[in-house]
Design a protein around this ligand. Structure first.
Ligand SMILES: [Zn+2]
Length: 62
């Protein structure tokens, strides 16, 4: 899966706050994501993140 920094990941399993959209802040062995609904930041392993992605939204803005 081609995931880049600044992409929005729409997750199958939503955050406890109810938001399902997460912005990608950093990519490595773990992804650093920020919940777009509540602003909470979290780190999750790449494999786990990719399994949980329903769709990807990429904004043209850089
Ligand atoms: Zn949240």
């Amino acid at each position: 899966m081609d995931i880049q920094v600044n992409d929005i990941l729409v997750m199958k399993k939503p955050h406890p706050c109810g938001g399902a959209r997460f912005r990608v802040l950093r990519i490595g062995m773990d992804f650093r994501l920020r919940c777009e609904a509540c602003g909470h930041e979290l780190m999750i392993p790449r494999v786990k993140a990719e399994k949980n992605v329903r769709s990807l939204e990429r904004s043209s803005e850089e």
